[in-house]
Write a protein of this length. Structure first.
Ligand code: PMP
Length: 323
């Protein structure tokens, strides 16, 4: 029999089928929420699930909330405890994806956020590949520009902002590509629909600067650290022009969902030899072992689901609803 699934919702754990919002909900109507995506990886012997860079994700959730004016009543540590607890309650032992959201939960008409209450919800689902990571993917430059800091700030993971990503991804798939690469308003390379971007030129990694309308990705930071420490390759953050993609030795996208996804073609032009490049491949090897807790040097990046302490009762505000 399937295990009853729980969602953290309105201050307690409720059966997944009861975690529902009204059609009048502010965030549903206006996109006034922010979220995170966190992966959990089963260890090789499947005895545990390790959440990757949990604290960094919850810290970014706080920052996104701060940018859009949501008030998260839970601390970063409490959010971490709750994320671990969701996976435990759902008795998940394979690879998972955890989605915490902070959102405006009022039901009045009008976009003002003043006085509109906030809620936090966290759910977890089994999760495999989001995007191809072995053979390499084919990308196109999107006709949709990346939103910018003064319209819908990409630095915050804002629910409503993902229409920008959805339009780009949909267009790319409809045109027969695997993923979209988006340009900034001024026409330089920004990022994939839900991934950061790197290129390799003459043994150096380049990634668009944080001022180029990117989400400040946690995988992006991870890749830079691993490249420097394990491969002796430095990352330069700077503007990247569209045609630098065509002539780069290697291109790859990275993100929690996408992991490290080699790009072998952009706008029907081969990248390098049109196969997965050697630096991308070496980064993948070290990344995939770090996320499963197999690299002692990076043990602090993973948090054990089944060896962590139970969530303190004070964090679950409405114990009557605890399932
Ligand atoms: N850019 C966008 C727009 C994203 O949605 C994501 C996925 N969160 C990323 C980049 C990669 O960020 P991270 O590595 O923190 O998951």
């Amino acid at each position: 029999m399937a295990v009853q699934q729980y969602v953290y919702f309105q201050g307690g754990f409720v059966p997944a089928e009861d975690a529902k919002v009204s059609v009048l909900n502010h965030a549903f109507n206006y996109g006034t929420g922010c979220f995170e995506g966190i992966r959990g990886y089963a260890t090789a012997e499947a005895s545990d699930v390790l959440l990757f860079r949990l604290r960094e994700h919850m810290t970014r959730l706080h920052q996104s909330s701060h940018i859009i004016g949501c008030d998260v009543k839970l601390t970063v540590d409490e959010l971490c405890d709750l994320a671990l607890e969701v996976v435990r309650r759902n008795e998940q032992h394979g690879d998972v994806y955890i989605r915490p959201l902070v959102y405006k939960c009022g039901t009045g008409i009008g976009v003002t956020m003043a006085g509109v209450p906030d809620d936090v919800t966290i759910f977890s689902v089994p999760f495999g590949k989001y995007i191809e990571t072995e053979k390499g993917i084919r990308c196109s430059i999107s006709s949709w520009r990346r939103s910018s800091d003064n319209n819908i700030p990409p630095r915050a993971k804002i629910t409503g902002g993902y229409i920008n990503a959805a339009l780009a991804k949909h267009e790319a798939l409809a045109n027969g590509f695997d993923e979209a690469i988006m340009l900034t308003d001024d026409g330089s390379v920004s990022e994939g629909s839900a991934e950061n971007l790197f290129i390799v030129r003459n043994g150096v990694l380049y990634s668009p600067a944080v001022s180029d309308s990117v989400l400040e990705g946690i995988t992006r930071a991870t890749v830079s650290t691993l490249a420097e420490a394990e491969l002796g390759i430095r990352t330069v953050e700077r503007k990247i022009s569209r045609t630098e993609l065509y002539t780069a030795d290697e291109v790859f996208l990275c993100g929690t969902g996408a992991e490290i996804s080699p790009v072998i073609e952009v706008d029907r032009r081969k990248i390098g030899a049109g196969v997965v490049g050697p630096i991308t491949s070496r980064l993948q090897t070290v990344y995939f072992s770090a996320v499963r807790g197999e690299q002692p040097a990076y043990a602090s990046w993973v948090t054990s689901v089944y060896k962590s302490a139970a969530v303190p009762p004070s964090v679950v505000a409405s114990p009557a609803r605890v399932g």
